[in-house]
Design a binder for this molecule. Structure first.
Ligand code: NAP
Length: 487
């Protein structure tokens, strides 16, 4: 990238070419800013939808509410899109809006350092890039977490994490085991239960599962949406409305909605005929405390012949399979670790150093804090999409990203107009904002007594604790009183 002045055409580096990185590129181009690069470690855009390819992968947020608002997608085959469709959609958006050409694939960033009035971004090949603005779009569920179980490495069959699926491994007629009961494990169980000779799901914690009322979108409906794209747009708004007036309310203190969800989940669970199995599948924590699972078919799959829910704790892993505490050896050909991620670990494998030489990892050692999720005190012109306390447990990630990028663009425009060369939150403003966030936690389902990736090391939620409407109000306009502005 050529060096330019810090105003009219700021040099921007975007980290990551997933959903939010593509969006950031689109919005910069829309503004006439072409002086940007997107640094992406993979060989294709799409982030999580590129990395996760497990059988059964789909998005449990209705497809149209996962569209960018400016690019409604008529192609979705069902109410809920499959993973490969979503990946194709983001690739399409990156191409259509001219973003792909800005992506430097195979570039893994390992440090982002403030030097004087600019940022130096260094990749693992030692290439140093300079920027006036950095937008961190590295995502939240990126780094797979293998289970800490004795003997994991000794297993002689095929073993992989759900986010690193090994498609060379045959599945039909094999003995398959999946460790975990989160959204991923549930989708894998539905997809593979009937393909395996025997399928075992190893459960440590039973989860709440709601039906998602999935339906195919017939050809005529897709054709209609193709001719009238506003229909897709309207469907997206309607789906968002439903999501925001039910689930999003339930998790932040709306008792009626919470009771409604619980009623729905219990009714769904009642299709499990065997009372022992039903009891084993009944969660022991309040609904919404952990990420709710949406699946029409899970209970059907777990009751299918050849499928077993193993609730006995895992003792260790042996060459032939999984040994549970009752002494039983569950022999397997394929072991899938659907054991989640080092979630929201924003500085993992990345050193970010601010204006006083301070490391963001250190600054966040007691919990990540930002101003309105997008800017960090001491890190001028360093912005984040889906940063700390984003409403990721409440509503669609694309919607959140658009709101956050809209806010960031207002700051970028000030830089372009020469009203500021650098901006970072004032420490007291950031503290005040985080007090406001903390105040909201007490009403949320996330603190009702369960362990989950929603909570930080101090047991505090890492999400925005109010309603979507409140979030829109909070993000409407940057309050310049909250910023330290260098002219
Ligand atoms: P997860 O929700 O973190 O679940 C991990 C599972 O692995 C849990 O059941 C956990 O048990 C189990 N586990 C971990 N270590 C274990 C061990 N040593 N022994 C036994 N069990 C162990 O991970 P995920 O299912 O991959 O989902 C992560 C997030 O991705 C979701 O919450 C959701 O936000 C997102 N997601 C979304 C979709 C979608 O359709 N939109 C689909 C998939 C995932 P415990 O519960 O006891 O800890």
């Amino acid at each position: 990238m050529n060096s330019t002045t810090a105003t009219a055409t700021p040099r921007v580096l975007i980290l990551g070419a997933g959903m939010s990185g593509i969006l950031a590129g689109i919005k910069l181009r829309e503004e006439g800013i072409h002086s940007f690069e997107i640094l992406e470690m993979g060989d294709s855009v799409g982030g999580t939808w590129r990395d996760n390819t497990y059988p059964g992968l789909s998005c449990d947020v209705p497809a149209h509410s996962y569209d960018y608002s400016f690019e409604p997608n008529w192609r979705w085959k069902s109410l809920y899109a499959e993973g490969h469709e979503i990946h194709a959609y983001f690739k399409h958006c990156a191409d259509k809006y001219g973003v792909t050409a800005h992506v430097r694939f195979g570039t893994r960033v390992n440090s982002v350092q403030r030097e004087g009035a600019e940022w130096i971004v260094t990749d693992t090949d030692g290439v140093r890039r300079r920027a006036d603005i950095v937008i961190n779009c590295l995502g939240v569920l990126v780094h797979p977490k293998d289970p800490e179980i004795e003997g994991l490495q000794t297993f002689e069959g095929a073993r992989f994490h759900s986010a690193r699926w090994d498609h060379r491994v045959p599945l039909d007629g094999r003995r398959i085991g999946v460790i975990g009961t989160g959204s991923t494990a549930v989708q894998i169980t539905v997809a593979l239960a009937e393909r395996a000779t025997s399928f075992k799901m190893f459960q440590r914690t039973a989860q709440w599962v709601c039906p998602n009322f999935d339906v195919r979108r017939p050809g005529w409906l897709r054709a209609l949406h193709r001719i009238f794209p506003r229909l897709s747009w309207a469907a997206g708004r309607f789906q968002n409305f439903l999501l925001e007036s039910t689930f999003a309310q339930a998790v932040v203190g709306n008792k009626t909605m919470k009771n409604l969800l619980e009623w729905l989940a219990r009714r769904h669970l009642s299709q499990v005929k065997d009372p022992v199995l039903r009891e084993q599948l009944t969660p022991r924590f309040e609904i919404g405390c952990r990420r709710l699972i949406f699946s029409d078919k899970f209970y059907q799959a777990i009751q299918a012949p050849g499928v077993e829910l193993v609730t006995e704790a895992i003792e260790r892993i042996e060459p032939k399979g999984i040994r549970t505490r009752d002494g039983r050896l569950h022999e397997l050909d394929v072991m899938v670790c659907a054991t989640g991620f080092h979630a929201l670990d924003y500085t993992r494998n990345l050193v970010i150093t601010g204006e006083h030489g301070q490391s963001l990892g250190d600054q966040w050692s007691q919990g990540a804090q930002a101003l309105r999720s997008v800017a960090i005190s001491g890190f001028p012109n360093f912005f984040m999409i889906v940063g700390p306390h984003s409403p990721i447990g409440n509503f669609s990630l694309t919607g959140i990203s658009e709101i956050q990028m809209g806010y960031i663009m207002k700051l970028v425009r000030m830089i372009r107009r020469g009203e500021a060369s650098a901006m970072a939150p004032l420490p007291h403003a950031q503290t005040q904002y985080n007090d406001y966030i903390r105040e909201g936690f007490k009403n949320t389902a996330w603190v009702s007594g369960c362990s989950s990736w929603y909570l930080d090391a101090n047991g505090l939620p890492r999400m925005y604790p109010y309603t979507p409407a409140q979030y829109r109000r909070d993000m409407k306009e940057p309050d310049l009183e909250e910023f330290s502005i260098v002219a």
